[in-house]
Design a protein around this ligand. Structure first.
Ligand code: C5P
Length: 212
């Protein structure tokens, strides 16, 4: 039977990961967090001390390491790796590498009913023919507040004003980049997740109920 594909795009800290996890659990789907794959790529390049201006070095390292698991790892969620991920995400070769991995994971045999994939370009580039496309919006100040709390809960140092600055910079980098910029994908439903998460979920469940 054909598996359902749901894509969730949106800026950093919009809550798309939380929404994707909810959908995966409720509907018995596999969750592919594409941001995590960028973060794993960034970590690999950092660990191998790769000069990010040397495309050849990046290519060689990624060709040798082309099978990242989907397993989450909290030490990937820090600001440094986030920053480097955002820089390497501008490189077309890196994007193709991460896209291939997402597609690879959707081709694996599974008893799950479908896939929910979240990121910045999932509905616009990687899975253009998805059954349902969502775009999550939240204003930057609310996102910075949430991210600040998340970091404090993880035991990391965090200054709200710096987080807000970082979020705005990250948005800018994602929106203005030439390769796969953050856009509302064609046919996507825009969901405002600034207020009640419960209301967001009601809306999403309605949309999933309409998938044919
Ligand atoms: O979502 P997360 O913050 O974990 O993603 C890390 C970085 O990877 C983002 O800042 C973004 O620049 C990049 N990214 C991307 N395309 C995706 C997912 C993430 O460019 N589909």
């Amino acid at each position: 039977m054909k598996k359902i594909v749901i894509t969730i795009d949106g800026p950093a800290g919009s809550g798309k990961g939380r929404i994707a996890k909810y959908i995966a659990k409720k509907y018995n789907f596999i969750h592919i967090d594409s941001g995590l794959l960028y973060r794993k790529t960034a970590k690999l390049l950092i660990e191998n001390k790769i000069n990010l201006n040397k495309l050849d070095q990046i290519k060689q390292t990624l060709i040798k390491n082309n099978n990242f698991s989907l397993r989450n790892n909290n030490n990937l969620r820090n600001e440094h790796i986030g920053k480097i991920s955002s820089i390497i995400a501008k490189i077309n070769f890196v994007r193709i590498h991460v896209n291939k991995q997402q597609i690879f994971h959707t081709k694996q045999k599974t008893k799950k009913k479908g896939f929910v994939i979240d990121g910045r370009d999932i509905g616009s580039v990687v899975f253009k023919n998805a059954d349902l496309k969502l775009f999550i919006e939240v204003n930057p100040a609310v996102r910075a507040k949430r991210r600040h709390k998340q970091l404090i809960d993880l035991g990391e140092k965090s200054i709200y004003a710096e987080i807000l600055k970082e979020i705005k910079l990250r948005d800018k980098q994602d929106i203005i980049r030439k390769n796969s910029p953050l856009v509302v994908p064609k046919g996507a439903h825009i969901i405002d997740n600034s207020n009640s998460f419960r209301k967001t979920l009601i809306k999403i469940n309605q949309l999933i109920g309409q998938i044919k």
